[in-house]
Design a protein around this ligand. Structure first.
Ligand code: DIG
Ligand code: MN
Ligand code: MN
Length: 394
């Protein structure tokens, strides 16, 4: 059996491209029921914390970096300090995005607002944020429509909302092309919060929406663990659908109790089994995009504990990555996996491609359902072996 690594043996691997948003490590701990519990720190200081735990990079919304009301001089000074911190810490900026949810102007949506001038302002703001992201080398651009929704369907026609989203996305794809930014756009779903109902509630909604765009090849998805859990879904299956469609352009890792508000917990800190199978899926499929921790420390943490949150996020991923390798190399497990995947070449070749001959042969095939139903499926044993790897006894 592979020698277990020492406690310190799970350093973040640069090939994992672990990233944190400025808004995650820099989250000052406010919530809807209370103000900040930590001092607000500038982007350069957040980058120093992210660099100190050995992350690959840092991401930002336009206004995480440049406040919406900053003067040109203030913006220049902020960017100078931030650029220095990126250099000093060897950090990259793989992803950028737009804050289309904080300012009151977006209270009834951005791209889907009922006000045409606000829709235009949202697109303008995104163009400027795309410029800013490109300035720092970002090649992935995330769209999270936190305000694209409603509290009452009396307010907006959901079909019209889709058309407005499509108009914005088609325009912004063309903008990226015309500017030569080479962005890969990644759409992030969420079922609710802050709106009572958010359009494109789950990743699957976006996988359908993308195909209706003028440049579907430029657009993929950015699934987030907490958001699909809020919808009561199996996150691993949503990511599998995105991977299989070649649309997993980015991923937001965190954790979440089912049936709760968006908790954005530290990765793997709530549902260890789901986290294990997610890491296994990403590694088995050689996902090579950034692994972004869109999460934040408990409100009770000081910045020393925030560092533990960030380091723990990456460490848990590395530990689960090793456990996934154990699972793939475990003889007892692999022998069950082999046993339950029964081949039947005489008939399976018939359905690879339809022909009248294959259809005739399949209709004539002797397939005895009673006999077939007797196949052994020792999933209890398989799951116990899996759980023992997760629990650390294998
Ligand atoms: C929330 O889960 C959203 C926003 O934080 C951001 O727009 C996006 C980027 O990861 N995730
Ligand atoms: Mn979230
Ligand atoms: Mn997110």
């Amino acid at each position: 059996m592979a020698k277990r690594k020492s406690r310190s043996g799970y350093e973040p691997d640069p090939k994992m491209k672990f990233t944190f948003g400025l808004w995650t490590v820099g989250n000052p701990g406010a919530d809807p029921f209370g103000g900040p519990t930590r001092e607000r720190i500038p982007p350069w200081k957040i980058a120093d914390i992210v660099g100190s735990v050995g992350a690959y990079g840092v991401n930002f919304h336009d206004n995480d970096l440049i406040p919406i009301d900053a003067t040109a001089e203030e913006a220049a000074a902020i960017k100078k300090d931030f650029r220095k911190a990126l250099r000093d810490n060897g950090l990259k900026v793989p992803m950028a995005t737009t804050n289309l949810f904080s300012d009151p102007v977006f209270k009834d949506g951005a791209f889907t607002s009922n006000n045409a001038a606000i829709r235009a302002y949202a697109i303008q703001k995104t163009m400027r944020a795309m410029d800013l992201g490109a300035e720092f080398g970002a090649r992935i651009y995330v769209f999270w429509g936190g305000r694209e929704g409603c509290e009452t369907d009396a307010a907006k026609d959901p079909v019209e909302a889709i058309k407005r989203s499509r108009e914005a996305m088609n325009f912004l794809c063309e903008y990226s092309i015309s500017q030569g930014y080479g962005y890969k756009f990644a759409m992030e779903a969420k079922p609710n919060e802050p709106r009572a109902h958010i359009y494109n509630a789950v990743t699957g909604s976006y996988l359908a929406f993308i195909n209706t765009l003028d440049h579907p090849e430029m657009v993929g998805v950015n699934p987030e663990v907490a958001h699909e859990h809020m919808a009561g879904l199996n996150f691993v299956h949503q990511v599998a659908a995105a991977l299989e469609a070649g649309k997993l352009f980015h991923i937001d890792l965190n954790d979440q109790e089912f049936g709760r508000y968006d908790q954005d917990f530290r990765f793997a800190s709530a549902n260890l089994k789901h986290a294990f199978f997610l890491v296994k899926l990403l590694e088995d499929n050689k996902y090579n995009g950034p692994r972004h921790f869109d999460s934040h420390a408990y409100r009770t943490s000081d910045y020393t504990d925030v560092k533990s949150f960030a380091a723990g996020s990456m460490r848990s991923y590395m530990i689960l990555k090793e456990k996934a390798e154990r699972w793939n190399n475990d003889r007892a497990i692999q022998s069950i996996v082999k046993q339950v995947n029964a081949a039947a070449p005489a008939v399976s070749k018939l359905t690879k491609k339809f022909t009248k001959k294959n259809a005739k042969a399949l209709l004539a095939a002797d397939l005895d359902r009673v006999q077939l139903a007797k196949a052994k499926l020792p999933y209890e044993k398989l799951d116990q072996l899996t759980m023992e790897i997760i629990m650390g006894v294998q």
